[in-house]
Each structure stands twice: as structure tokens, then as C-alpha cells.
Design a protein around this ligand. Sequence first.
Ligand SMILES: *Cc1c(COP(=O)(O)O)cnc(C)c1O
Ligand SMILES: *[C@@H]1O[C@H](CO)[C@@H](O)[C@H](O)[C@H]1NC(C)=O
Ligand SMILES: CC(=O)N[C@H]1CO[C@H](CO)[C@@H](O)[C@@H]1O
Length: 491
Amino acid sequence: RVSPNMFWQDNHAGEKFVEDAFQVILEEAIRKGMDVNEIQVCEWKEPSELREILDLELTEEGEPPEKLLGRCRDVIRYSVKTSHPRFFNQLFAGLDHHSLVGRFITEAMNESQYTYEIAPVFVLMEEVILKKLRELVGWKTGDGIFCPGGSISNMYGMNLARYHLYPDVKQKGLWGIPRLVMFTSEEGHYSVSKSAALLGIGTDNIYKVKADAKGKMIPEELKKQIEHAKSQGAVPFFVCATSGTTVLGAFDPLNEIADLCEKHQLWFHVDAAWGGGVLLSRKRRHLLSGIERADSVAWNPHKLMMAGLQCSAFLMKDDSGLLKKCHSASATYLFQQDKFYDLRYDTGDKSIQCGRKVDCLKLWLMWKALGTRGLEERVDQAFSNTSYLVNEMKKRKGFQLFLEPEFVNLCFWYIPPSLQGQEMNEDFQKKLNKVAPVIKERMVKKGTMMVGYQPHGKHVNFFRQVILNPRTSKEDLDFFLDEIERLGEDL
Ligand SMILES: *Cc1c(COP(=O)(O)O)cnc(C)c1O
Ligand SMILES: *[C@@H]1O[C@H](CO)[C@@H](O)[C@H](O)[C@H]1NC(C)=O
Ligand SMILES: CC(=O)N[C@H]1CO[C@H](CO)[C@@H](O)[C@@H]1O
């Protein structure tokens, strides 16, 4: 048995472990993980069984390196292969090698992104990326910060909107302000509710605006809701439009929403967590036209741009220091005012966190590798892969589109042979509702692919296929359709 302390004090043994572990990662997670001929998307186990296999309990004594390498292998083996070409379950997928190296270096350096003193490279890098993202939004100046996910980026938008209207809220809390009301569409992301709850705005004060059949916010309905809130004596303060809704992939009409925000002097936030990457595509960026009129934007490069979890930018147009004023607490042990360098580079007080993970390197290295044009090509290919699949679906009897997709979310029902050609009455809907969950269970247990499903509004369960991994080929998409037919033919 190796004495744990001896092992960890021995640099050579430590380096050897890193080297061996890298081989395992390279072989098992990276090479095989992306190869449809080598590996399944997942290897399903019940929780009790998996707990046993992994031997999770922590023990008094340490273990030798060979044992630990085996554990690394197990971790990879039983984890879902999100970089597999047949993983379509989430709004992220695939693996970018450069981004991965950025993530490795980030972990190896173990820095916290709050002061120039501790993270000089990453402070400058974050500044450059945020500027680039703002340029794509259409702003010449502004501010921003990387956040732990789009939910938090949306919360920043909400908090800034309130602070902008009532700067005293930071000191006095909620006592000094009237009832505030905010607006988002019924297709908006649930993080808006979480933020409203956390910030003390209250979920009742989110007025959900009706969306049209494509899932886009109806500006006329927004207008009515704003007037309704005012007639109740509440103060409207914040509109959250969505560019790329989570389920249907819809883009709200930003210009018309911006008109209303200007008229009623409301903070205009765009949740582009999912659809932000479309700004890279010269062919498609019109889907977000009007985004330049927003006050703030949430954009997750870890989704469409494949930067690796997590990578989420909160961007804002204001460059008067509002972000810092709103969140700063001026800790003297970090942000000393008599430092020897330009204090503007100590960006940490813009954050609601203290320590903050470095999220910029993985995006920066990938961007350097592909160039803006390479990233654009990826986005365009995701769109063309989606239309390929749509066309293939139309050729097959069992598939019915929820709607003609505008983005890379492809929502559809699979209608098994026993239900084909039947009247779509209540009984039909009840039966159809059970189809997607059963097919999902079968595919996960078989391990061949993963795709999400959900009910939505008054609609029964349907699949949401998300196509964004550049390694997903036409063959994988054909397989996807064949496999759903196979898994559902007896239903
Ligand atoms: C994914 C998503 C979010 C949340 O982002 P996280 O990084 O998962 O917190 C917010 N809004 C939309 C539209 C999203 O698709
Ligand atoms: C990373 O930094 C933390 C403090 O922020 C420290 O406790 C830890 O030991 C460091 N870890 C590594 C692997 O360097
Ligand atoms: C079906 C289809 O169009 N497949 C393309 C998807 O995109 C990749 C690159 O990202 C192409 O190589 C595929 O041919």
C-alpha cells in the first residue's frame, strides 16, 4: 500500500498519474466517445446498481494509482457521451478539441477571475471576448461579465434593470420600492421565474405574454399586459425577450418589442442563451434583428458555439459602470485602492460572486483555431443539417412535424403504425402522449442515442431533436429516424 502523503508529495508519481490519466481520457472519452462504431451514447444502469459498480463511498485509506485509473475509466464508461454524434438530448452537444485544451489549462492554472493581480491573462482575455460578442450584438461600447450559466446571466439583467430604476434598492432593500412587474413570453425560459423569486420580485409579478403558433411573443399582447400592469398600480420595469426559445427554438420580434420598451421606458433584456450563436451567421443573423436595441443580452457560447460547459456571457450596452455599481461590495482585501496598476483591470466587483471560475479561455482558444468564419460555418451547417432531417422526415409516414423549424430545434411526433391514419381525437392524443416516453426509455436502455421529449402547452408529448454537433453526419440522422421507427413499431 502506498502512503497517501508520500504519493502526493512525490511530484514524479503525481506527473506519472496525470500522464496515464491523460491517455485514458484521450482514448476513452475523446477518441471512442465520439466514434459511433466504438461506443454507445450511454450505458444505462439503475441508480442502486450504478452506486455499487462505482464503489462510491469514501474510505479512510487512500488507493494506489492503478486502482484510481480504473476508477477514471469507470467514470467515463458510465457517463453519458455528450460528444457522441447521436446525442441530441440537450442544447449542447459535441466536443471541440481546442476548447477542451482551454478547459484543461484553466483547471491546471487554478486561477480565480477577480483581479489582474491573480489572473492577468484571463482578465485581458475576457475583456477581448466580451467586446467581440458585443460587436456581434451590434454595440460599439458596453460592459459585461462571464456568469455561471444563462440562468444567472438573465438574473443579472433583471437585477440591473431594477437597480437602474431604483438605485436605492441596493442599500434599502425592497422596503422603499413599489410593486414591480416584468414581462416575458409564455415560451420564455424558467430561469426568469427563479430570478424573480430570488430577487424578491415574486413570480406573480411575471406577466406572461402570449406567443403565436410559432412560439414568438406577440407584441400586441405585450402592449396589453404593460397597460394592464399600469392599471393595477404596479410599475413595469423589465421585458425579457427570447432569441431561440428552449423548446421550439423561436425568435421573438425584437424590433417591435424594443419599440414598446422605448415607449414605456422599460429595460429591454434579450435571453439569447440558446440563439446567440446565430449572430455569427451572416445568412441567419436577421433572426435576431433588433437585438442591438437591447439594454442587456444573455448568450451561452457553451450551447450553439460548443465552447464547453460552462460558458455564458452577460452583455450590456451601458458603459457608465452600472454593472459594478450595482454589484460591488468593495472588499478591501481584494480590491485595494492603492495598487500599483490600473484598477479598472480588477473586474471582480462586477460579479455577485467572490471567486469566479475562468470561462473565457475555452472560448478564446476555439475562436483562435476556427476564426469567426469557422464558427459561422458550424452554425450554418447545423441549420442545413436540420433542413436535411426535416426533408427526410417528410418522406416517412410516421413522422409529423410540430412546426416548420426556424432554428435547429426540430419538434415532432412519431406516430406508430397502430395509430397512423386514425382520427386525432382525445383518445388518439392520450395514446400518442405515451409514445415518446416509451421510445425514450427504450433508446436509453439500448444506449443507441438520446433525444429529449416534452409536453408543451396543450400539446401531448413530442420529441425535440437538436442538431448542432458537426460530427453528426447524414448517416447519423438517417439512423435517428430508422431507430425511432424500430423502437416504436410495436406501440
Ligand atoms: C439554456 C437556456 C437558459 C439557461 O441557461 P443555463 O446556462 O442552463 O443556466 C436560459 N434561457 C434559454 C432560452 C435557454 O435555452
Ligand atoms: C486551487 O486553488 C485553491 C484555492 O483557490 C487551492 O485550495 C487548491 O489547492 C488549488 N488546487 C490545485 C489543484 O492547484
Ligand atoms: C445531413 C447534413 O447536412 N450533414 C452535414 C452536417 O454538418 C456536417 C458538418 O458540420 C457536414 O459534414 C454534414 O455533411
